[in-house]
Design a protein around this ligand. Structure first.
Ligand code: N01
Length: 529
């Protein structure tokens, strides 16, 4: 017998938590399911050494409750994974959310039933009949493990950064391989390097990283922000990525200033640390010449930090900065100055196979006690497509998205009534402070549900024309930027066979304005019935 609910939410990360709080408060019977044993989503799973948010803690937190944001104290400028998980747990307890969350429950499939306007949702712990189905499954949650031949034959220990053992791992005295040099690897490598006897980093593409300059949260910053928290949140929402209003985003072109002024601004922001660096000038991610100035500044920094010139050159990226997601680090480049840390270039000679003893590339076998896969995610679409979803007329999400994700406002898919995706493809999502985007989506969706209830409408679904126009719109905006110009997970390029489509929608303020406009015009582009 299926459990009847108004809304079934998949995922108990920040999106699921806020949805539950909000929908329950509005009188919708809501249940959240999550495969994990606790809340936290990405911060539940990503426990690798050094895991830390790269948005400042005063900004990477909920704004919906003034008492919450005033009461919570962050210890560091950038919060580490345990502190963010503690925050998620605090939110769950503070708003009494756990009683409507079913942990250890994996959704297997969902079928839309046109006869009763309900989603039949199958889980490994019972079924649900839900009027609304919300995929709060996260954008970076479906783990990507490359299909290395021989991986099963390996006799040492294997870890994926996004499935790290809760008890932690002690690498003291071990020979360790890390595959990948994205955000996860860049945080883990300096910490693993402190323990391991030898560390081999297998790099396919170097990435740009800027120092986080993390440290204890400055009490003066905390007091200043809390004195006008609502104001700061509102100002952040007006920035391109939903954060950084305190430091500010440069409005001048990098081409409009002298060499000395440009250098001074990069240096100033390098010293501040973090994504502020990308905001030095207005055209860093738009104009190739402006971008190259910033890229070359970082390359010079790499060469000045890394002692061995050959290693430094290998660490210098050639793609535009910001095209792949930039990283923040604490001692990443300096880790290569340890005699025990070795960079192995696999850009020309891929990892051929895994043997019982280690990895083979370029005809050399690297024997190691442990392999760390820092190989990322099937981003943005992976978590949705790993659930077997069937909409109207037996059309599956796999069919609907065969050539890339199709949706309207990144929120809803034609042919899949009453289904919403939080921070999915087609929305600013991963280009922003995720909590800002999550709050905007949750509030927009819950306002829609309230409007439907007031008008006695049972179903909502975008038109195919609205979705097609939206996909075209997102592609057009992306084409004005440098984002599509390199292989990145934004494009699905990291997963063999995945359609190459730039998935997120750049520009948060315009996106929010468009969502508000759609709502103000009786949800134009949607059919309510
Ligand atoms: O994953 P990634 P991630 N052979 O996809 C390499 C967020 N995040 O987990 O670049 C060899 O970035 C791959 O190489 P290439 C953040 O949004 C945030 O690090 O494809 N190498 C790449 O180097 C981030 O962007 C935080 O050539 C292979 C690496 O593995 C996103 O999550 C922290 C390979 C994967 O890097 C993903 O980050 C962590 C192969 N077959 C993550 N396959 C913070 O808030 C893949 N690679 C700080």
């Amino acid at each position: 017998m299926a459990t009847e609910v108004d809304a079934l939410v998949v995922g108990a990360g920040f999106a699921g938590l806020y949805l539950l709080h909000r929908l329950r408060g509005l009188g919708f019977r809501t249940v959240v399911v999550d495969a994990a044993d606790d809340v936290g989503g990405t911060w539940y799973w990503n426990r690798y050494p050094g895991a830390r948010c790269d948005i400042e803690s005063m900004e990477y937190s909920f704004s919906f409750d003034e008492d919450l944001q005033q009461a919570w104290h962050w210890n560091e400028r950038y919060a580490a994974q345990p502190e963010i998980l503690a925050y998620a747990r605090h939110v769950a307890d503070r708003f009494d959310l756990r009683r409507d969350i079913r942990f250890g429950t994996r959704v297997l499939g969902a079928e839309w039933d046109d006869t009763v306007d309900r989603w039949n949702v199958r889980t490994d712990a019972g079924d649900y009949a839900a009027q609304f189905l919300v995929m709060a499954t996260g954008t970076l949650s479906a783990v990507n493990t490359p299909d290395f031949p021989g991986l099963d034959s390996y006799t040492g220990a294997t870890y994926h950064t996004a499935r790290w053992p809760e008890a932690g791992v002690d690498f003291t005295g071990k020979r360790v391989a890390v595959i990948g040099t994205g955000s996860s690897a860049i945080q883990a490598i300096p910490v693993i390097a402190e323990q391991a006897a030898e560390l081999f980093v297998f790099q396919r593409t170097p990435t740009y990283s800027v120092p986080a300059h993390n440290g204890p949260l400055d009490p003066q910053v905390e007091a200043a922000v809390k004195a006008d928290y609502a104001g700061q949140r509102a100002r952040d929402r007006q920035t391109v990525g939903g954060f950084g209003s305190r430091i500010g985003w440069g409005e001048a072109s990098a081409l409009s200033v002298t060499d000395e002024e440009r250098e001074a601004e990069y240096e100033r922001r390098w010293q501040i640390g973090g994504f502020a660096f990308l905001g030095a000038f207005s055209d860093t991610i738009i104009d190739p010449r402006a971008n190259e100035y910033a890229a070359e500044f970082v390359r010079r920094k790499i060469r000045s930090i890394v002692d061995d010139p050959a290693t430094a050159e290998l660490l210098c990226p050639s793609q535009p900065i910001g095209c792949k997601r930039m990283c923040l680090d604490t001692g990443y480049y300096a880790a290569y100055n340890r005699p025990t840390v070795h960079l192995v270039d696999v850009s020309g000679d891929p990892i051929e196979r895994i043997t019982p003893a280690g990895l083979v590339t370029g005809g050399t076998e690297y024997a190691v006690d442990a392999i760390v896969l820092a190989t990322g995610f099937d981003a943005m679409t992976g978590a949705v497509l790993r659930v077997d979803i069937t909409g109207r007329d037996g059309v599956t999400m796999h069919d609907a998205w065969a050539a890339g994700p199709v949706n309207y406002l990144g929120l809803a898919v034609p042919g899949f009534p009453n289904l919403f995706v939080i921070t999915g493809p087609g929305s600013p999502s991963v280009l922003t402070n995720m909590i800002v985007s999550i709050e905007q989506h949750v509030e927009w969706i819950s306002d829609l549900l309230v409007a439907m209830r007031a008008q006695a409408q049972h179903t909502v679904e975008p038109t195919a024309a609205a979705a097609d126009a939206w996909v075209e719109h997102v592609n057009l905006i992306a084409s004005f930027t440098l984002y599509p110009s390199c292989n990145s997970w934004y494009l699905g390029a990291n997963v063999p066979g995945k359609p190459r489509v730039f998935m997120p929608c750049p520009g948060l303020p315009d996106y929010i304005a468009r969502c508000d406009e759609v709502a103000a015009h009786d949800y134009e582009g949607f059919v309510l019935s």
